[in-house]
Design a protein around this ligand. Structure first.
Ligand code: ATP
Ligand code: MG
Length: 436
């Protein structure tokens, strides 16, 4: 895309309302604009990041055999009366009446709806286990929306639901999901640590939060750095192998990790001092096993092997897709701006034309732009070089290809890696080869 034709409204000034780095940088880099408290419009570059994150989430859900579907944002109140959560959910739920005075709500989560869908469609134990997920907007009327997209009121969540015939099956689904989560976060360049969590209003008896460290996190966390060294990729753990899952679970439970509510100072002292990590944490995902809570309350049973009705054992699994955009920036930025990991960057590189209108510069840039294809941003604006450098650093593109008149005349460009600041003087072909 040509920057001169893009809706990427970067700001020089720091917006006064933004208290934390990711919020400031998301506004300054032109990723989002707030339209009401805790509600954001995603501008083109921001949407590209959101879509990249959603794609990684989707690929890792698909990889463990979860099926994607799409449930609506608007739900009938009736379903929530069946589970008993309609009144209990309180003011966080946005309640709506339609023209016929029917009670609706903007979904904060989908346990009731998915249980209803399964109850209408799945009759026999032979059809289970199954896991499904969707990536859909949620609404929670938070008392204090803040920190930009990190605590919004409307936000994008991946929520998955598993249905199993017995406890052992449900625990297996839970562990597979946990492995998928570790892979998902690893691919985004994040060190997410699973921590035992209180089960809260969703209820149940097995639950983990996935936390990344950032100074602005909302809870205090403690963990063993051994987590950061584990490679969760497919070659190391096969989600379909019970022995791999057992080895994975043993690793996840043998190292110390706790939020302040569950922190045990004595146990933490047993972690080698150099490996003790302590700081503020941001919750980017949360998984629950809650057994037959919803299947029993809502009358969902399948015919078991002996014909007797059986309530499936369920779990639910959330990832804050829009919160991750802020979370990744919190984990990866410097004084100049964002440093996008390659896997989620809105553009994998930017071409900086330092002298638009100069025939040689224009020709070199056009050639690079053509050969690199979509996914690359071309800063063709009639701006000073300093403005382009500052904007490129602010926007955080992983690579900058800097084309100036002198270099271009000699057939050379400068390639800069945003993360390390490393620069190389290369021919066009060499630069293209580096970018693969
Ligand atoms: P929190 O403790 O941060 O309020 P939660 O426990 O209420 O979150 P869950 O119901 O577990 O949230 O939702 C799953 C995921 O959705 C969370 O791990 C988080 O990443 C994301 N999420 C929850 N609330 C918000 C919000 N208001 N804005 C953005 N993302 C959110
Ligand atoms: Mg939570």
């Amino acid at each position: 895309m040509r920057l001169s034709r893009c809706l990427i409204p970067t700001l020089k000034e720091t917006p006064a309302e933004a208290q934390i780095a990711s919020h400031r940088l998301m506004l300054r880099a032109g990723l989002v604009r707030q339209t009401a408290a805790g509600i954001y419009a995603w501008l083109p570059a921001g949407l590209r990041v959101l879509n990249n994150i959603a794609r990684i989430v989707r690929e890792e859900q698909d990889a463990i055999g979860a099926q994607e579907l799409l449930m609506p944002t608007i739900q009938p109140a009736e379903l929530w009366r069946e589970s008993g959560r309609y009144d209990g959910y309180g003011k966080e739920m946005l309640r709506i009446r339609d023209r016929h005075d029917r009670e609706l709500l903007y979904g904060p989560t989908n346990e009731e709806m998915i249980t209803d869908i399964f109850r209408q469609s799945v009759r026999s134990y032979r059809e289970l286990p199954q896991s499904v997920y969707h990536i859909q907007w949620k609404f929670r009327d938070e008392v204090r929306p803040r920190f930009g997209v990190m605590r919004g009121r409307e936000f994008l969540m991946k929520d998955a639901y598993s249905f199993d015939l017995d406890h052992a099956g449900a625990v297996r689904s839970y562990r597979q999901m946990m492995l998928a989560y570790m892979r998902t976060f690893q691919r985004m360049g994040l060190k997410a640590i699973p921590m035992q969590a209180e089960t809260g209003p969703i209820g149940g008896d097995l639950s983990h939060e996935f936390i990344i460290l950032a100074p602005t996190g909302e809870s205090q966390v403690f963990y063993d750095a051994a987590f950061e060294a584990i490679d969760y990729s497919g070659g190391n753990f096969d989600h379909a192998s019970d022995s791999d899952l057992a080895r994975f679970t043993a690793l996840m439970t043998s190292h110390y990790a706790a939020t302040d509510e569950k922190h045990d100072a004595t146990a933490f002292q047993r972690v080698p001092e150099a490996d003790r990590r302590e700081g503020r944490g941001i919750e980017v995902g949360h998984i629950f096993y809650f057994g037959t809570k919803y299947s029993a309350a809502m009358g969902f049973a399948v015919a078991g092997p002996d014909g007797a009705p059986l309530h499936p054992e369920m779990g639910s699994y959330g990832i804050g897709v829009s919160r991750l955009v802020g979370g990744i920036i919190e984990a990866s930025h410097d004084a100049q701006g964002i440093i996008w990991p390659d896997s989620v960057a809105p553009f994998r590189a930017v071409i900086l034309n330092l002298k638009p209108g100069d025939a040689v510069c224009d020709r070199a840039c056009d050639e690079l732009y053509e050969r690199l294809g979509t996914g690359v941003l071309y800063d063709d604006r009639a701006e000073r070089a300093g403005v382009k450098f500052a904007d490129a650093d602010l926007m955080g593109h992983p690579w900058q290809i800097i084309v100036g008149p002198r270099g271009a005349a000699a057939g050379r460009v400068e390639l800069k890696r945003r993360a390390s600041g490393e620069r190389a003087d290369l021919s066009l072909d060499e630069a293209l080869a580096r970018l693969g």
